[in-house]
Design a protein. Sequence first.
Length: 94
Amino acid sequence: MTDPATIAKLRPKLDPFYRAVESVLIGQRKLVDGLLIGLLTDGHVLLEGVPGLAKTLAVRTVAAALDLKFHLAISAASRNRVSASSPRAMVSTS
């Protein structure tokens, strides 16, 4: 576990990021934390939910706040039918 003093020292460095994201995504701190953890650990994040829950907006906003590239790839299968298949969003750190 990280030392609380270290966390207190690093916290102000994240404040501009959270201010930028939370000006667009109201009340979604847990979602934003999960996206940030996925990016920082070079991991994957799966966002599931019904249409209209601002999943794409969340990823796009986090990418913009970190000055990263955002690409939304929609498969032909999901364009041709209304189904459980959802688009894939990729954020590139390069």
